[in-house]
Design a protein around this ligand. Sequence first.
Ligand code: DSN
Length: 432
Amino acid sequence: MINLNELEKSDPRIAEAVKKELKRQRESVELIASENFVSIPVLEAMGTWLTNKYSEGYPHKRYYGGNQFIDISEDLAIGRAKLLFDAEHANVQPHAGSQANMEVYFALLNLKDKILGMKLDHGGHLTHGSPVNFSGKFYNFVSYGISKETERLDMDEVRKIALKEKPKMILAGYSAYPRNLDFREFREIADEVGAYLMADVAHFAGIIAARKHMMPFPYCDVVTTTTHKTLRGPRGAIILSMNEDRLKQKYHPDSKKNMARMIDSAVFPGMQGGPLDHMIAAKAVAFGEALKPEFKDYIEQVLKNAKALAEGLIDNGFKLISDGTDNHLMLIDLTNKGVAGKQAETALDEAGITCNKNMVPFDTRSPFDPSGIRIGTPAITTRGFKEDDMKIIADLMNKVIENINKKNVRENVRQDILNLCKKYPLYSEIKV
Ligand code: DSN
């Protein structure tokens, strides 16, 4: 049983902040599309003495002694990750998604090489070439976006850009795109221009693991994902790759290099030192959970809830990018409601609904005060929310947005949200 008894005695100010955060999570509707609530076993694994160990290297090949039990944990994490994603190789040591992406670029490319990725304001990620991020500074990123008419990816356009730019790598993946990706089409384009195909599936890894999205392998050469979004594990990331022989033939016919070795040495010693062994153990626990049939039910409900929430919002006059969703997230352009993203984020937060402001494609406003918000259903589905609750949430969101200057409306909605949250207790086993 997790409690904070010792923390309360030794550091009451931190204990207080930790307790208040639990109360906030329990009493609000968490719609941030990239967040989730891990299980108690995952929390327990994270809070162990595995954090005390140094284990540079990989299982059974370490630079420090005393790693026999760390090896068991990392071997389990690797084996489960491979099963979840049909991968031939898994590196479970990346500390976070940005590191994982950096490690792949470092493994396969030279500085200033050209990468074709999705535009940030069309749903791409900071590490997909933003000029303020290492990716935009160290590599030569060119980008594809969505079509203005359909608000979806136009693969003919991606192909045209790839043929013109001849990138060394094509990057498929997003952090704010509400539709599925077709890895097979990306592969065809990559083959035409002789590029590596990398997928960053951080947002939809859980949907892939539940086999509710096209599998990235065998189409992609390498796949990165964080472990804490739809996959519902601890914070962190992994890198997956495919059949070494195929890659050897394709890229390095005469050398001993292969994808697995290149990735492993980019992670350690290339970019990282000692792995976070307590987090790797927690990743293993979460992957074990994701291999169970219940995880498939969970992801199905995430998708049903997203569809129901999208419908509820559309019924309330909200403009959703691409007019709906295939996955766990929705991107809402608030222009027709006369409210900006930042104002909406603050007002909804006061009412107990947590989301984030977000650029929308072709946004004319700034990233600090964009036109939209992004929402998603992974966290509330973990709590047990169902389709009927989505209709209620959509109506309450509309109430707040339509009455953006009315504090009393927000206070009334806050009460409705508290009542809704009481129906689905969070971490009721934890008494702090
Ligand atoms: N910050 C994450 C998200 O919210 O999508 C991506 O890394």
